[in-house]
Design a protein around this ligand. Sequence first.
Ligand code: BJ8
Length: 422
Amino acid sequence: MADYTEMWRNLGLNLENHAGLLAVLGEGYKNIYLSQKGRPKGMEYFDFVISEVHGLRIKEIADAKKAGRKVVGTFCVYVPEEIVLAADGVCIGLCAGAEVGSDEAEKFIPRNTCALIKAFMGFKLAGLCPYVELTDLIVGETTCDGKKKAYEIFQNITGRVYVMEIPNMKNEESKKLWQSEVVRFKETVEAITGKTITVENLKKGASLVNAKRRALQRLSGLRASDPAPISGLDALLINQVSFYDDPVRFTQMTNKLCDELEERVKQGIGVAPKGARRVLVSGSPMAIPNWKLHSIIEGSGAVVVGEESCVGERNFRDLLDESFSTVDEALQKMADRYLQIDCACFTPNDERLGNIKSMTEKLHANGVIHYALQFCTPYMMEAYKVEKALGSIPFMRMETDYSMEDVGQLKTRVEAFLEMLK
Ligand code: BJ8
């Protein structure tokens, strides 16, 4: 990696702590990722992205900013990326998946807050997140209570938080509210970027994001094969990278990897033997570098074949209908597309139950592990309905955080669960 110290200093990072973070991340990646056997060659690109996640990618975004482009940070898959791209903005995910800066975060938010919220606050407060420092606008949303209230504090800290109001139900009144929120977001992005969003650039944005979704759908489809041509860990990583990377390059590299996976499927090459136990992971999102559950499952000899999660299927399941001819029509279609997302913040949320069942069937999963971050009430609560809906399909509920303290205990539980799948 080149020397980016000057760039990090200019961004106001805490250089000493940041060096420590990169060292831990590098070591963790080596142990969890690079030790896997039989990885596809196409993963080299994603290894490179990770090695440069605070380096080259940050430089690219900083260069884009110098060239006049605006940077929009998001925390949720309800935020329409197409609008940001239509205004020639750069859209990046800001969720964090490591236990960092918790002491700092706990000065502002309660101890018993979900790890994802604590981490994004902690990364900023400890001076460890170059992405947040590059943003011109940080988009929050009214999903769970923890996020909603944390954004108020994040606004005090950063001064550039904008919150989209996401309804809790999907009735006609809620739809109207959401449509008006999509319009308000478009106007906000226009104001920040100084660019008028036209139907032509919305078409361009829609086609970029749909191409990315199609590549991820293709990857997901290939994981249905037995033997699985790619590990769950690698597929999770690709989904995590989709929130950071340049969308055109990401799509190209994911499709290239899928070409290789298709070849593997034809030749019966897999990362685990044919007949290995197959697990679907469902629930709270896993932001980078949260690889904990996948590494436990795959370290126990099974393979993760899908993620029913926002860092996974929920992010790319639905395409945007590109057959619009006016800005209003595009925003309408966008509102419809995004409101289909089945986050547990909605009530009722029965679509999610059907989606989990159909993923289990399509991906030939032998069982489902429902993953909720501790204190993530929406997903913890919804686990009950998921278990009921799955009927006789083996199911395990797991609640954890980003710490490594419970790994031994979780491993024992996962191994016992996998025994049942035989
Ligand atoms: S659409 S899942 S990205 S809100 S894990 S912070 S829910 S307490 S992240 Fe999410 Fe959008 Fe929904 Fe997806 Fe709260 Fe739960 Fe923490 Fe969460």
